[in-house]
Design a protein around this ligand. Structure first.
Ligand code: ADP
Ligand code: MG
Length: 584
């Protein structure tokens, strides 16, 4: 039984987050769709003309408004959804403030036509500039249609703040999609000047999530499904699908579309080092927390919520997202023309047999002076049985290309590995794992070396001394403008110690916006790994390449270096065949 519309008592009205409810046409669309959803609609049609400024019409097949309550619905704080201030803590409806209809009617001409299931006829009412006419009988199917015309006609200042019609229409589209994500069982259609621009049939949440992200993500998403104090469901874009802008992130919190810088930061952290700086992951996610731990009444347009324990939610989202990312095959594939859908998907095994072995290739090739990794290679090292990242392919090394890439074969695919990126990832993880497990591995220098320092470098050294020590750099002051290095991180054994030390300092000093937010040790680990890793131009022999790939397979995040560049790219056989016109 639907409760009657009544005016909220002052005690409740006073606690409503005040502010402007209708900021732009999309705000009207949002409020009206929310009303339709609250009315239990299964089908909603949204029509707009003139980017919403001329006309917005939302029709639903929901419960309707009884004729005798129609006029009061346009009064401030008139709602059927909330009775007292107490109820504010357990709101389950989208609306609860009774502010939308009066706010819209104050700045536009609003006509509502509505018929509850039990009524024989529909009733209609027009309100313009806040002044209502008489309720009259009309003919209409069950449900409600609200038409809003000439928005902001009496508030020219507001009108001037609107963006271009194209932009306002785009924001409306996003608004409809966001609510569509919240209500996947509801069919929603958007018409722009009579033309259908969006159709969302009733579907499972996950499919709605993929639809909202868009077809370009089809084979580049991963499912996430985590229960716990913070339940998380939806789809994540793979690192390869990362975007330059944040408008491919969709969040629901307890069913409400919201913006949340905290949640966005949690995703950034989860994808940390998997995507380049300046890019952001794509995602459509539903976060659920116990209703008592959420305040939905903090923003006039209900676009933000407040969690009782932000930190816990942040940590849960990071952890669960990382779990999915670590459980997925995040191999980069070249974007060939008309690649088969699914070939790149998380679950989609491509042609490559997946496993943890690196196949051995004839060794001892070009032994004269190739760069050596930081440990000896023995035949035993070439076969691995330990845990490896899921989906990591078995790779047979074919050779080296341009002294930069390792060329390999994996099943029927060609794979290219960036030797520097791959080695960076291996070294970086080794450094950080060792630091986390407490045991810094320093390699004492047989002959200590002296590194000369500029005054600026000297200052930097004294500032970051503990961080340097935590990674294995041991040194003491030597004269005025120099230090005597007695040990360096074990991973860099055999490198020119003084050069490495100075290169790391230079990186730290020159480090600006990019990594500035990261903790010092991590920045140092990145610098150390970067200056220790084999470079483009280093000749590697087969055994060394195989050993590197084996190490990479053991990494926690083998798919990218810490700058977020891919370590390995697959070229499916199908692409080769197209290139050679064997297949079209
Ligand atoms: P709120 O949604 O916060 O209650 P609104 O001003 O948006 O306030 O709406 C006032 C009341 O009008 C609602 O509480 C609801 O009872 C009724 N109403 C509005 N739109 C619809 C609709 N599409 N279908 C049924 N009832 C509606
Ligand atoms: Mg409402």
């Amino acid at each position: 039984m639907r409760p009657r519309i009544e005016i909220l008592p002052p005690a409740a009205a006073e606690r409503i987050a005040a502010g402007e409810v209708i900021e732009r046409p999309a705000s009207v669309v949002k409020e009206l769709i929310e009303n339709s959803l609250d009315a239990g609609a299964r089908r909603i049609t949204v029509e707009i003309e003139g980017a919403g400024s001329r006309l917005i019409r939302v029709s639903d097949d929901g419960c309707g408004v009884p004729r005798d309550e129609l006029a009061v619905a346009f009064a401030r704080f008139a709602t059927s959804k909330l009775r007292s201030a107490d109820d504010l803590r357990r709101v389950r409806t989208y609306g609860f403030r009774g502010e939308a209809l009066p706010s819209i009617a104050a700045i536009a001409r609003v006509t509502i036509v509505t018929r509850p299931a039990a009524a024989d006829t529909a009733a209609t009412l027009t309100v313009a500039g806040g002044v209502g006419q008489a309720v009259v009988t009309a003919a209409a199917p069950e449900g409600t249609t609200v038409t809003v015309e000439d928005l902001f006609y009496n508030t020219p200042a507001r009108q001037r703040f609107l963006k271009s019609p194209a932009r306002e229409a785009a924001v409306i589209m996003e608004t409809v999609q966001a609510l569509g994500l919240a209500a996947p069982v509801v069919a929603i259609r958007l018409l722009e000047a009579g033309r259908e621009v969006l159709w969302m049939p009733p579907e499972p949440f996950e499919e709605r999530a993929r639809r909202v992200l868009g077809p370009s993500f089809t084979d580049r998403t991963l499912r996430i499904e985590a229960s716990g104090p913070t339940a998380l469901t939806g789809v994540l874009g793979t690192p390869q699908a990362a975007q330059a802008r944040r408008n491919h992130q969709w969040w629901l919190v307890n069913g409400r579309p919201v913006r949340s810088p905290m949640l966005a930061r949690a995703l950034d952290q989860a994808y940390h080092t998997l995507i380049p700086d300046g890019r952001v992951p794509a995602a459509a996610l539903h976060v659920r927390v116990p209703q008592e731990s959420l305040d939905v009444n903090i923003h006039p347009r209900k676009a933000e919520v407040r969690f009782a324990d932000e930190r816990a939610v942040f940590n849960d989202v990071v952890r669960e997202t990382r779990r999915v990312l670590h459980g997925a095959a995040l191999l980069h594939t070249v974007a060939g023309p008309a690649r088969q859908a699914g070939a790149d998907s998380a679950h989609g095994a491509g042609a490559a047999p997946f496993g943890t072995r690196i196949e051995e290739t004839p060794r001892g090739y070009g032994a004269a002076g190739p760069a050596r990794l930081d440990r000896g290679v023995t035949a035993a090292h070439l076969w691995t049985t330990g845990p490896a990242a899921p989906g990591w392919p078995v790779i047979r090394v074919l050779g080296q290309l341009a002294l930069t890439y390792i060329v390999g074969e994996s099943g029927e695919e060609l794979v290219l590995i960036d030797q520097h990126a791959a080695h960076e990832r291996v070294l970086y993880e080794r450094l950080l794992t060792r630091r986390r497990s407490g045991g810094v591995q320093a390699q004492g220098l047989v002959t200590p070396t002296v590194a000369e320092l500029s005054p600026a470098e000297e200052r930097l050294v004294s500032e970051v001394r503990p961080a340097l020590a935590s990674l294995g750099f041991e040194f003491e002051a030597f004269g005025r403008a120099a230090v005597r290095l007695t040990a360096i991180p074990a991973i860099a054994a055999g490198r020119d110690a003084a050069a490495l030390f100075r290169a790391c300092l230079a990186d730290l000093a020159g480090d600006r916006s990019d990594h500035a937010g990261r903790e010092l040790e991590e920045r140092l680990a990145i610098a150390t790994a970067c200056h220790t890793a084999v470079r483009a131009g280093d000749r590697l022999d087969h055994a060394t390449m195989a050993a590197l790939l084996e190490d990479l397979a053991q990494a926690e995040d083998p798919y990218s270096c810490f700058h977020g560049r891919p370590t390995l790219v697959r070229i499916p056989r199908g692409d080769l065949e197209r290139w050679f016109y064997r297949r079209t």
